[in-house]
Design a protein around this ligand. Sequence first.
Ligand SMILES: [Zn+2]
Length: 100
Amino acid sequence: MIVCNNCHWGQGDFWSEETNPIRDLLELEDALLESDLSASSTTDVHMQEDFETVREMIIKRVEGAAKKIKNMRWRTMEDYVLDNPESKCPTCYEKLTVVE
Ligand SMILES: [Zn+2]
């Protein structure tokens, strides 16, 4: 992931076929189709957060994926290096930090 220590702009992990917001949602399909959506209290291991219902957990995960897609600037490290060789923050132009 890339973060700016100055203005706190950031994007999540780089994407690949194995790691991306859509892939992360696929594991919810069974819960979406087969669970009682109103069933109480579930802990989502991905987010390590408690939710009152399965429905709320799924909604939160979908919203989280949408936010990641909205904020994604450089999908891969290669894109980032090619497009931003000086590693400047797109918001404040300070140097970005890449966290592997
Ligand atoms: Zn910044």
